[in-house]
Design a binder for this molecule. Sequence first.
Ligand code: 5RP
Length: 231
Amino acid sequence: MTPDDLKKLAAARALELVRPGMRLGLGTGSTAKHFVDMLGARVADGLDVVCVSTSEVTEAQARALGIPMSTLEETPELDLTIDGADEVDGELRLIKGGGAALLREKIVASASARMVVIADDSKLVTQLGRFPLPIEIVPFGLEVTRRAVMAAIASVGSAGELVLRRKADGTVLVTDGGHYILDAHLGAIAQPEALAAALARIPGVVEHGLFLGLATAAILASATGLTIVGT
Ligand code: 5RP
């Protein structure tokens, strides 16, 4: 099985959680894309749901498939969000934002009664931090914010390089919200809660990719089958 087959397996299992009439949050990334494709096929067969997307990319995909789309203004309470992750640990703590959609992903997840992560089991880790932690910042005062982020990281006993995220053409990546992303290459995050709190205190930080206490379950696919963490 290819990694893409595993993503499809996890997405297909998540589709079984969807019930008629549900208000759904749609994630971003290659795994979430499979889920949206599968959901689109069910909608074409008559499934009645209403969805809110976590990025412009997912919004366009869902609309092209004919999935009924709403906004958090019209639909501020969601039943279930299905999204991918860059890392998930045994306590369902996540690193997200590899696809630069962490801000909307976190807002949508926080509006959802349940957030179910779909991924191949390479995303399951014993300690968060091998994947660089995305930190979304406002462009104004970039150097001030960069220094404050470095200090916050040091204050919780971590260390590493901060890299301003760029697109393949070398230009600085701008998120759907008009912000930049600093990727923190930490190797390991010993105290995710303390780091999250320290980052949240920095004025120029809009959000960070530590999703703590948001995911209610993870569906992890491997060549030998599915593992479900949580409910
Ligand atoms: C986007 C995300 C994605 O969910 C995360 O990067 C996982 O993506 P993929 O399913 O392509 O591995 O957080 O901001």
